[in-house]
Design a protein around this ligand. Structure first.
Ligand code: ADP
Ligand code: ADP
Ligand code: ZN
Length: 220
């Protein structure tokens, strides 16, 4: 199954994509994670992307399109993939269509999560990430077993630079201006599937699995 998670920063895309990736046994492709790894590795692409990420702006389309194009050709995508945080502009969505046509594949569902701004800000400001494996946590809503330590790999948790108050508003503005139009874009293609953005993480996970199971039955 080939899926996209669409939603504003803090909507829970990464959290749900990671859970679903384990259930379906297909990779989660997070352009944010890939970019952060390139920044950490100090590659030329990472150094360029960092300027945009630190200011809360989107990284230029050609950079992220290149990343995804390469990633989708890896063997682990043969049985499907979950795009988390891509596409984020209409130009990226158009480029994805071209890529998939070339690979003879298509997106089955765009799982669209919306959450009001006030909740997004509370989620983003309490978000912590594992510096080694990238797993996300929340200080209040999804805390690790031991404060400051990743449950999975034992490495330290950190707060992303762009999760600080100064950059959050800019990221939301970018979302409403450039990414939100994709809701209509995919709705017109009849593949948009609204998913509740609020509620317990586990309940949202269940509604996603229900939607996908229903679709598998319909197709059989
Ligand atoms: P969040 O999980 O809060 O939505 P991400 O980790 O997905 O944030 O993205 C972090 C930053 O990386 C974005 O603010 C943006 O600068 C950059 N980025 C990630 N994905 C894309 C994309 N598809 N297009 C442009 N920029 C991107
Ligand atoms: P995104 O990838 O869309 O930016 P994340 O999955 O990183 O969002 O979630 C943002 C923050 O909100 C994280 O700290 C995460 O632990 C927390 N979170 C995710 N889902 C929920 C939820 N349903 N209720 C409360 N907090 C949540
Ligand atoms: Zn970890």
């Amino acid at each position: 199954m080939n899926l996209i998670f669409l939603g504003p920063p803090g909507a829970g895309k990464g959290t749900q994509a990671s859970l679903l990736s384990k259930t379906l046994n297909i990779p989660q492709i997070s352009t944010g994670d890939i970019l952060r790894n390139s920044v950490r590795a100090g590659t030329p692409m990472g150094t360029r992307a960092k300027l945009f990420m630190d200011s809360g702006s989107l990284v230029p389309d050609e950079v992220v399109v290149g990343i995804v194009e390469e990633r989708l050709q890896a063997a682990d995508c043969n049985n499907g993939f979950i795009l988390d945080g891509f596409p984020r502009t209409v130009a990226q969505a158009d480029a994805l269509d071209v890529m998939l046509a070339r690979l003879g594949r298509q997106i089955e569902f765009v799982l669209s999560m919306t959450v009001d701004d006030e909740k997004l800000l509370t989620r983003i400001s309490g978000r912590r990430m594992c510096e080694k494996c990238g797993k996300g946590y929340h200080l209040v809503f999804d805390p690790p077993k031991e404060a400051g330590i990743c449950d999975l790999c034992g490495a330290k948790l950190y707060q992303r630079d762009d999760d600080k108050v100064e950059t959050m508003r800019k990221r939301l503005d970018e979302y409403y201006e450039k990414t939100a139009p994709l809701i209509d874009y995919y709705s017109q293609k009849m593949i948009l599937q609204p998913i509740p953005g609020t509620g317990a993480i586990e309940d949202i996970q269940n509604s996603i699995e229900k939607v996908l199971k229903g679709s598998l039955r319909d197709n059989s």
